[in-house]
Design a protein around this ligand. Sequence first.
Ligand code: ZN
Length: 309
Amino acid sequence: VTPEVRIVEVGPRDGFQMERAFIPTALKVSTVDAITAAGAAKLEVTSFVSPKVIPQMADAAEVMAAVVRRPGVTHVALVPNTQGARRAIAAGADVVKQVICVTETYNRRNVGLSVMQSMATLTDIVAAAGDRATVEVVVALAFGCPLEGVVTEDRVMSFVDELVASGIREISIADSVGVAHPRQVASMMRRLQHAYPDRTFSLHLHDTRGLGLVNVLAAMGEGIRIFDASIGGLGGCPVVPGASGNIATEDLVNLCEEMGVTTGIDLDRLIEATRPVQAFLGRQLPSRVLAAGTRARWFASRSGAGDGD
Ligand code: ZN
């Protein structure tokens, strides 16, 4: 049965890469395995970037090669270039994903390339992947940029035009810094789907200003069915002070469950998958449901308490 909402777990990539303390390879692998055992069907396992840029991802090939393969589970790797794509595919990635920023100045800062050069890299990655892996693209800073401010819909549309021309079928629209609001999200996603009914659009949201889950609801209202989320709400943004992480997977699964929308993910098992990471990091992670527990467990704990509330 295909879940009504498909969650792409990005904690092991977007979340872990923000952590300073090196997370042991064995913990990375066991976390990915626990997440897929909980029912996640697609996840960003790691990122094949230079260890000089992100030391946390130095064990990318090891992690990708070690995770348990389950039928129907798609393992995604982020890659900055063809070399990364080749390494990722050799290690067993099913999907290689490139991040390109909509804004010129930030793309240069992020990867040292103009947007046009990044598009050329994309063409190379598509060629390198051939039929061994699917290529997806993240449109980063689609709702706002730390350097250029507000990003207009028109700008995102012409950016997506180029991706579509490159043959990309699944495109992730990312509010990388957490500035999007529900009306903006609804309008953007409506327009994209209307322009490209044969492409798949997903959303990558950060909860920087507490609008993560309401933005999900706004997008669901427009028929969007794929959302990135991160266990525990791990993640952040290096250039936004006080930025919180991605929307938490536990909170998103909980939202869906309470509304009767299937995700294919077992919430109790997902919470158990997050706990060892929280213990290793030694701090309470932002996910509300991780902290409070599920509603079902809360009610179960109340029954028989006899205090009549
Ligand atoms: Zn992100």
